[in-house]
Each structure stands twice: as structure tokens, then as C-alpha cells.
Design a protein around this ligand. Structure first.
Ligand code: TXA
Ligand code: MG
Length: 321
């Protein structure tokens, strides 16, 4: 049966909190993308979540909490990690660090690792839901494994059936790209996944950063497998013209007349607007009649880095997960 999509009223949020506490799955908006939530302290709820997503169990989940003290109960936050938390929480930053000794989160949620990924979302519905559930919430992006992240409730409904108890409808997510995942070890910060918080903003607080490009296809963040963000159609980046059968996705001034009627990530070359549009436009093109998707060049700066990262992954031949 189809999943129930309900407006995120106070009453619906309270009901969703009860469903989470009872071990059910609830999809909810965050400022980045929709999350598929489960009680992070329950092995059974987390197992249900992996099954519903079709997610490989070696790929750990991000744990969502309501505030920084709740995060500090799960992950060791000291020095640089604490400075980053103070600067960017609530917001689109996920911090990876050592689990605290009495961390109650299911090891299944963390794929058995000694580290844990935690974030404090800024979206009012996400925050109210975590408070209503009164426990940490495991929340991967609310898409089937290997598909594009969901930025609208209808994307969630298209990917799941009633194994998800309900979707809280908070409209389109404001940022449209997943959080930036940063690991802090020994006073050094490494970006494991570029995302909605830019490298420039992070560097203003953390100084020089490292990037985990992955060695021999083994990135430190297990979710960074090459074909993670794949549409069904083959995708080409940095396209300046369309090949027969392709649909275009423009950015700024269309690079060729053939792009003139194509959807445009941002006519005024605003990377924030482009990030918010990216997944919804890709999903729409992926459902159209075209046999491929050609994306115009997007500058490799600020949010453009995370946009190009997602496009590179979407352009990889499908494989691993
Ligand atoms: O914006 C977001 O981050 C969204 C919203 C819903 O919060 N969530 C999200 O979750 O994108 P997900 O599960 O799709 O991506 C989580 C990423 C994966 O690449 C995973 O491998 C990585 O975080 N991750 C989780 N725990 C980790 C750990 N202990 N060490 C390294 N990477 C970790
Ligand atoms: Mg995801």
C-alpha cells in the first residue's frame, strides 16, 4: 500500500514521535533532504530501516539529536569538534568521532564501527519530531539505496510503500543537498562528504582541511561508493551541447541553443538556488522520455563543489549499491 503523507502539524508530529518510539519508520523534512527516521537505540527498528531502504549494512547511518548536549552524550566532542559544533549546529554539518563509552545507539546503526556520525538538524519539524520521540533518531536520506535523495514528500512516497508508517510533509527542503560529513581525529578535520555546508565556511572555523578522496575506491565514509546518487538514465557532466535523445539541464546562460528549453538549475547562476533544485530536476528528467541527461558546467566553488560531487556520482556507471 502507498505510504501516508500528512501535513506536519503539531498533532501529526506528536503522533510521528509515538510511532518512532514504538519502532516504526517515519520520514521527515530536514533543512537538507528528507530523512527516513528510526529509533537509533533499537536494533529492531534500525534493521527495519536498512531493509526498507535496501541499504547495505556496512553503510552506517547519521544519528539526529535535538541539541549539542544530546550529541555530546553520543560522540566525543572536544577541541576542534566542539568548535565546529558550536559554530554550525543546528545546521547541515555531520560530525564523525569516537562513540562515548555509554552511547546507547545500536551498533547496527553504526555498522559496528567505533565511530559515530551525529548531527543536530535546523529544520523546525525535524527538531520537534526528535523532541517528541525523546530519543536519538537514525536518519539516512529518505530514498531507496542507490537512488537520488528526496527533497520533496512526493519523492519519498515514490520510493517507499507502507513499510514507512508516515511521511511528515514539510514542503520542499530548503537546502536540497545532504549535510557535509566531517571527521575530526587528533585535532584535524577531514571532509568525508562535501555537502550543504561549504568548505569555505568550515575553513573559516577549522583552518586547513583534508579531503577524503578515497584510496583505491575505499573511501573512509562507507557510503561514498561510486554509484551512490544514480538516476536511471546515463548522465553527462560539463555538457556544452546535447546528443541525440538527451535532455539538458542548464545552469545560468544556456551553453548552446539546444539547452534553451531545458530546465535551469539557476538562471542567475546562484549556487544556493541550484543546490535546492538539483535532485528534483534530476528526478523529473529521469522520468521523462529522454534516453540520457546532459548537465551544463557548474563552477567548482562553494556549493558548486558538492553539486559537482553528486553529479560525478550520478555519472558513474551503476554498480556497487
Ligand atoms: O543531510 C543529511 O546528511 C541527510 C539528512 C536526512 O540528515 N542524511 C543523509 O544520510 O544523507 P545518509 O545515510 O544518506 O548518508 C550518511 C553518510 C554516508 O555516506 C555514511 O557512510 C556516512 O554518512 N557515515 C555515517 N556514519 C559514519 C561513520 N561512522 N564514519 C564515516 N562515515 C559515516
Ligand atoms: Mg543517502
Amino acid at each position: 500500500m502507498a505510504v501516508a503523507v500528512v501535513a506536519a502539524t503539531d498533532a501529526a508530529i506528536q503522533e510521528a514521535g509515538r510511532r518512532l518510539a514504538a519502532g516504526d519508520l517515519v520520514a521527515f523534512p530536514t533543512e537538507t533532504v528528507y530523512g527516513l527516521g528510526a529509533d537509533a537505540t533499537s536494533d529492531a527498528a534500525v534493521a527495519r530501516l536498512f531493509d526498507a531502504k535496501g541499504r547495505p549494512r556496512f553503510n552506517p547511518l547519521i544519528i539526529h539529536v535535538a541539541n549539542p548536549p544530546a550529541a555530546a552524550a553520543l560522540v566525543v566532542l572536544d577541541g576542534l569538534a566542539e568548535r565546529l559544533a558550536t559554530a554550525f549546529w543546528p545546521g547541515p554539518l555531520t560530525l564523525v568521532g569516537q562513540r562515548t563509552p555509554d552511547c546507547p545507539v545500536s551498533y547496527l546503526a553504526c555498522a559496528g564501527l567505533a565511530t559515530i556520525a551525529v548531527r543536530v538538524p535546523a529544520h523546525p519539524v525535524a527538531r520537534a519530531l526528535i523532541r517528541a520521540a525523546a530519543r536519538p533518531i537514525a536518519g539516512p536520506s529518505a530514498n531507496r539505496s542507490g537512488r537520488l535523495s528526496a527533497t520533496r514528500p512526493e519523492h519519498v512516497a515514490a520510493d517507499f510503500d507502507d513499510r514507512v508508517a508516515l511521511v511528515l510533509d514539510g514542503g520542499p527542503t530548503p537546502l536540497g543537498l545532504e549535510s557535509t560529513v566531517v571527521e575530526v581525529v587528533g585535532g584535524r578535520a577531514t571532509i568525508l562528504r562535501p555537502g550543504a555546508l561549504t568548505e569555505e565556511a568550515l575553513m573559516a572555523v577549522a583552518g586547513p582541511l583534508e579531503r577524503d578522496e578515497g584510496t583505491e575506491g575505499h573511501p573512509r565514509s562507507p557510503g561514498r561508493l561510486a554509484s551512490h546518487y544514480a538516476p536511471e538514465r546515463p548522465l553527462r557532466m560539463n555538457a556544452t551541447s546535447l546528443l541525440p535523445g538527451e535532455a539538458g539541464l542548464a545552469f545560468g546562460q544556456a551553453p548552446a541553443p539546444s539547452f534553451a528549453d531545458a530546465p535551469n538549475l539557476s538562471v542567475r547562476e546562484d549556487l544556493v538556488e541550484a543546490a535546492a533544485n538539483l535532485f528534483a530536476m534530476l528526478r523529473a528528467l529521469d522520468q521523462g522520455p529522454a534516453t540520457g541527461i546532459a548537465v551544463a558546467p557548474v563552477p567548482e566553488e562553494g556549493l558548486g563543489r558538492a553539486i559537482n560531487d553528486r553529479l560525478r556520482r550520478a555519472a558513474e556507471p551503476k554498480g556497487l549499491c
